[in-house]
Design a protein around this ligand. Structure first.
Ligand SMILES: Cc1cc2nc3c(=O)[nH]c(=O)nc-3n(C[C@H](O)[C@H](O)[C@H](O)COP(=O)(O)OP(=O)(O)OC[C@H]3O[C@@H](n4cnc5c(N)ncnc54)[C@H](O)[C@@H]3O)c2cc1C
Length: 382
């Protein structure tokens, strides 16, 4: 039998690529390998589960067996690849060698961990996949107070969801505003005020120094000396594309695994997409770009080399208490910001010297304008 197309990862990138590929090629052997349980789920839903009363099983959309049947593929779960041997077109799972016709890296990004002193490491959770989520749900049952680390998009989404789910949320981050880098300060203030209206408390500036077990709960100490009593800590301080195995195999890596517009790595027959990939210099940790990549790469794997292009890619942030859509200006483009509106309804627009719209942040009622504004935005990868 000829060597299969091998996809490493059963996240949205791996499964969507497999689906798109099967639309074009129903017979080439396809093997998916996943370090996790291989269930199909939508990762963005992980920060909506408490509000929707859904546990990990409730968020799972299909078992790996059903996916294998649907995709006419073999799926190996709880299987971690440990190396790639590009010269021999094979990869390693421990001692076992697996040959590939084409190899696709869709192995995602890993959570960044910050060192925290104290004896309560066991009570610090990160939520980056369905299994993480199941572990956190189990630990959070019967608890009431969550300390959240990180004021980025994911930290804010969890702040909203956990607050709605009945938890007292204390959010600690060493920045001046929520979603720094992504969001205009006026829009950030609107989102923060919304989360505060749900009861969330913000500690922006200090970092978490230590967490100790104390009585039935935990005592967290911040770098400015303040103390917070809590039951659990969720760390959402950021993600880093997985690049180590690629670098060890001699593939070019930068922030992510470096690929061109055809999603080709620096080595023949090896491709990458999703959170792990840096596509023509862009490493975007969102669903929209990975869907475009899956469609283009499926064509290439089916014999029709195809480049990916990105239109505008606004991000809808799931903070229902203060709806938010944001489209930061493309890299390297400078503009002037203007802010209209007040309270929770903010329209912040970024325009270049000629008056062309480069980006925006819309909150509250202003999100209704997104469709009209999207038509004016420049593409991210023309
Ligand atoms: C809480 C949360 C909310 C989000 N909300 C949004 C949103 O609203 N909108 C949006 O656009 N994006 C959102 N994102 C980002 C989006 O979910 C990701 O961009 C996307 O899911 C990434 O998919 P992926 O397949 O590249 O990676 P992953 O889903 O991380 O999949 C990686 C896969 O690779 C496997 N793997 C890793 N290493 C190995 C190995 N060595 N061997 C074998 N298998 C391996 C893993 O087991 C897994 O199956 C959110 C992310 C989070 C965490």
């Amino acid at each position: 039998m000829s060597a299969p197309v091998v996809i490493v990862g059963t996240g949205l990138a791996g499964y969507n690529l497999a689906r798109e590929f099967r639309k074009l090629d129903s017979s080439t052997p396809l093997l998916l390998i996943s370090a996790d349980d291989g269930r199909s789920y939508s990762k963005p839903m992980l920060s909506t589960g408490f509000g929707k009363h859904k546990d990990a099983d409730g968020l799972s959309m299909a078992e790996p067996g059903a996916m294998a049947e649907q995709l006419n593929a073999e799926i190996r779960t709880h299987t971690r690849i440990s190396g790639i041997d590009p010269g021999h077109q094979r990869l390693w799972i421990g001692e076992e060698a697996v040959a590939y016709r084409d190899l696709v890296l869709a192995w995602g990004a890993e959570v960044i961990r910050v060192p925290v002193a104290g004896d309560a490491e066991d009570a610090i959770f990160s939520i980056n996949d369905l299994e993480d989520y199941a572990r956190f749900r189990a630990a959070a049952a019967g608890k009431r107070r969550v300390l959240l680390l990180g004021a980025g998009l994911i930290g804010c989404e969890f702040a909203n969801d956990l607050s709605v789910g009945g938890y007292q949320v204390e959010l600690v981050a060493p920045c001046e505003q929520v979603m720094p880098g992504l969001l205009h300060p006026a829009a950030a203030a609107a989102v923060q005020a919304g989360l505060e209206s749900l009861g969330a408390r913000f500690y922006l500036g200090p970092v978490l120094s230590s967490v100790q077990h104390q009585g039935d709960g935990l005592l967290a100490q911040l770098s400015d000396g303040s103390e917070i009593a809590c039951d659990l800590v969720v760390s959402a301080v950021g993600l880093r594309p997985r690049i180590e195995l690629a670098a060890a195999a001699g593939l070019a890596v930068n922030r992510g695994v470096v690929v061109d517009r055809q999603l080709r790595t620096s080595h023949a027959n090896i491709y990458a997409l999703g959170d792990c990939a840096e596509v023509d210099g862009l490493n975007l940790l969102y669903v929209m770009p990975l869907m475009s990549c899956a469609r283009a790469l499926a064509q290439t794997l089916a014999g029709k080399p195809t480049q990916v292009s990105y239109g505008p890619m606004p991000v809808t942030v799931k903070t229902p208490v203060c709806p938010l859509v944001v489209s930061p200006p493309p890299r390297g483009r400078q503009g002037e910001w203007t802010v209209e509106g007040s309270g929770s309804d903010i329209k912040a627009l970024c325009r270049d010297a000629e008056g062309n719209l480069l980006g925006y942040a819309l909150t509250g009622a202003a999100v209704q304008e997104k469709l009209a504004l999207n038509k004016q935005l420049p593409p991210l990868l023309a």
